[in-house]
Ligand binder design. Sequence first.
Ligand code: ADP
Ligand code: PHD
Length: 442
Amino acid sequence: MKVAKFGGSSVADANQFRKVKNIINSDSDRQVVVVSAAGKSSAEPVKVTDMLIKVEDALKQGIDYQPIFGHISARILKIRDDLNLDVNIEQDLDEIKSNLNECSHDYLVSRGEYLTAKLMANYLGYHFVDAKDIMIFDEDNFDYQESAVRLNSIYEKYQQIVVPGFYGANLDGSIHLMPRGGSDISGSILAKLLDANLYENWTDVSGILMADPRIVDHSKKIDVLTYDELQELTYMGFGVFQEEAVRPVREKQIPTKILNTNHPEEGGTLVVDSADKRLDDQFITGIAGKKNYTVITIKKYQLNKHIEVLQKVLAVLQKFHISINYVPSGNDSFSFLFQQADISNKLESIVLKLKNTCGLDSVEVNQDIALVAAVSLELSKRPAIAGKILDYLDNSLINVRLVIQEGSDIKVVFGVSNEDYEKTIAKIYREAMFRGYRKISA
Ligand SMILES: Nc1ncnc2c1ncn2[C@@H]1O[C@H](COP(=O)(O)OP(=O)(O)O)[C@@H](O)[C@H]1O
Ligand SMILES: N[C@@H](CC(=O)OP(=O)(O)O)C(=O)O
């Protein structure tokens, strides 16, 4: 049995629905279908999810929400009518509308998936299963036991189901929204719960490319990669697969494929447990990154011998409840990297507190830093390759502010200014492709 997840671009209009149906009908193993909300298309520049967020903003600001809600309704009705579906989706739209004034954010923003899945179930002749009945959360944690019980009782009756992605329910029945891109997580969890033999993630690119196609034209496709590599790449911002979607399939070692709804014949990327299953001799598997980090560097002579100072620093950071992304260190210094959005309104207070209470020699702040990571299983065998990339970036006049090669030994991270972000990715890609780095074993 296969779980097939279709992203927003794959269900953006009636024509995309037709492609989905062809894919489903071409393999009877595709029994569990997960859909996102209708996404962007050439005619529709805004995802339904983002339109729902606009409805919420309008409600909050007391502005007329009707035009946006009307647009969403028209999109949904058009798909229904273009496909001649016999489903009373007006009733669902009316119910959502009547709930608007007292509903939660999670309920409202998840309605795109709910409506799209209802249409898809009708179109495929599959049974619609509301995610709130089978994807159960106990506070922030997914409750696998409870969800398995509920899913199995439904799956015993109906073997061909469509489930909306991106949300589930809390134990009290209220809607629980997942992070953006969360339908990937829904699909991965369902594949794990049902012990699927394949998780297919259908999108608008023919697999995962070595670098973001919006930055590097004709970037090479990665044919096979490991869960470890995918985890590192998604953590660093590989847009094509949600970072939290790796764990469920990885835990059960369910092979995962990234495929193109518009070109199923082109094959895609296969994610597997072991590097032995990789055939190519590519040294660097992929390059990914994110902009907008803030770095706080604290310095004190022989800091590594003054654990009590470090304890004080950590206590200050803990008080402000912000997640730290990386902590590169030297003998006399420690740097803390944060996502700018998490820290920006607290930065001044944090720096003041660090300066006044921790007995440091200095506290420096660097903002607008982008992190670019090169991921390669070979880095653990040849860590010196990181130095070669660094030389190359230096020769290309890219000012590398920091290098992090710690923790996972399959990744090296370069910190550059936001402005150099795209150039750094393009340069590393060039270096990886044309300098002839190849795996030692190949
Ligand atoms: N390394 C990469 N390989 C492939 N696609 C990438 C990569 N990095 C970013 N992307 C972007 O991810 C997009 C697909 O992800 P997403 O927008 O979530 O699709 P969907 O609507 O199918 O969920 C692609 O259109 C592409 O622009
Ligand atoms: N619709 C949600 C969830 C999702 O997974 O979407 P997509 O498959 O289009 O990335 C979002 O936009 O975040």
